[in-house]
Design a protein around this ligand. Structure first.
Ligand code: NAD
Ligand code: MG
Length: 395
């Protein structure tokens, strides 16, 4: 079997670790060419020892030195690079077939786009990249012929539930609606007056998934579902009004597609990201992901609720940004990243996250987006505005 050669961007994160777990189960299928990690050099060194990539990429020269020191003589044969340009370089290497885009946040945009422009098979976990730059991103996909496979569990489920030859036209495929499921996060049912005082530790303790800190907070505010709404819009060419968010606390149904004849197709499974990762890695084949089989008798009950918009204003803000179009989703994303970082830093109360984003959306007008430069400029302005708003709210 010819092995698929991989670059894993964000290898030291939650998705990166799950990806390497699946890869390790299939040494006959996959070969790691490049690994990248921003922090946790000991972890990256361990991965280098095990997978022997040709390239390892860190954030700066000091981290690169640290990695080289930890690896010692085992660094032989591994080129250690650092910085943004190196991330783009390993995402676009001629010898690489597929790129796992698992950097968190806006930092992932340029390297993910580099993989797309190089026409790779792109396994997209980094939803923020698509939220920020949807039009530019999808334009690059069609221009280069890159194959985009969603890793986000909901989008992977929708992808699996759409016709195999789905070509971006819901009506032509007889699709009536996309049902995007959400767990509701750790604060789905705590009394509203207690939300005021929740801590980063509580926000990061998700009932069903173990994830990085940023996406954990996004799940707690439900901005994660807002970002996923915009992600689904771009991935499936779906207008906002055809995407409905359904709270499903068990996280067993990962999303559904409703057809005009009344059929509703869904993908189910235990909440374990190795399932969508294995699906995309092996697509269109199926491989063992190390995930326990779903035991429906054990699950026993699947329940559904409408999202509570008073509790989760972030969801509404995302609909608003998608409707405004242009640079508005990039502004939404940037304001959210700054507000979440401030919350994790204990500089901003939980309930203020949505306030910051709403104020930034009010202050930064939506502009037309023609190219990457306009996306990055909207991102910069929104970050500065968010810092000013936070200073005003907390000073
Ligand atoms: P994480 O925080 O665990 O890992 C992030 C990775 O990105 C790490 O390897 C880190 O070193 C790297 N990184 C961070 N900042 C960077 C920077 N400035 N430059 C370069 N690299 C940087 O995050 P995660 O939970 O693995 O999530 C990764 C992406 O996948 C996010 O976009 C998230 O929304 C998406 N996602 C995650 C899950 C999940 O279950 N964890 C599910 C669906 C989607
Ligand atoms: Mg998801």
């Amino acid at each position: 079997m010819i092995r698929q050669r991989l670059t894993i961007l964000g290898a030291t994160g939650s998705i990166g670790l799950s990806t390497l777990d699946v890869v390790s189960r299939h040494p006959d299928r996959f070969e790691v060419v490049a690994l990248t990690g921003h922090q946790r050099m000991a972890e990256l060194a361990e991965q280098c020892r095990k997978h022997r990539p040709r390239y390892a990429v860190t954030c700066d020269a000091a981290a690169a030195d640290q990695l080289a020191v930890i690896l010692g003589t085992e660094a032989r044969g591994i080129e250690i690079l650092w910085g943004e340009a190196a991330l783009e370089q390993v995402a676009a290497l001629a010898e690489v077939d597929a790129v796992m885009a698992a950097i968190v946040g806006a930092a992932g945009l340029k390297p993910t786009l580099a993989a797309v422009r190089a026409g790779k098979r792109v396994l997209l976990a980094n939803k923020e990249a698509l939220v920020m730059a949807g039009r530019v991103f999808m334009g690059a996909v069609s221009q280069s012929g890159a194959q985009l496979l969603p890793i986000d569990s909901e989008h992977n489920a929708i992808f699996q539930s759409l016709p195999a030859d789905y070509a971006g036209n819901l009506a032509r495929s007889g699709v009536r609606r996309i049902l995007l499921t959400a767990s509701g996060g750790p604060f789905r049912s705590i009394p509203l007056d207690q939300l005021q005082r929740v801590t980063p530790e509580q926000a990061c303790a998700h009932p069903n998934w173990v994830m990085g800190r940023k996406i954990s907070v996004d799940s707690a505010t439900m901005m994660n579902k807002g970002l996923e709404l915009i992600e689904a819009h771009w991935l499936f060419n779906a207008p906002a009004e055809l995407i409905e968010v359904v709270i499903h606390p068990q996280s067993v149904i990962h999303s559904l597609v409703a057809y005009s004849d009344g059929s509703v197709l869904a993908q189910l499974g235990n909440p374990d990201m190795r399932t969508p990762i294995a699906h995309a890695l092996a697509y269109p084949e199926r491989i063992d992901a190390g995930v326990a089989p779903l035991d429906l008798f054990d699950v026993a009950q699947l329940t559904f609720e409408r999202p509570d918009t008073a509790r989760f204003p972030c969801l509404e803000l995302a609909y608003r940004a998608l409707q405004a179009g242009g640079s508005a989703p990039a502004v939404l994303n940037a304001a959210n990243e700054v507000a979440v970082a401030a919350f994790l830093d204990r500089r901003l109360p939980f309930l203020r996250i949505a306030d910051v984003i709403a104020r930034v959306l009010d202050r930064v007008p939506a502009m037309a987006v023609e190219d990457l430069e306009s996306v990055l400029s909207a991102d910069r302005i929104a970050r500065e505005t968010a810092q000013t708003v936070i200073a005003g709210l907390t000073g």
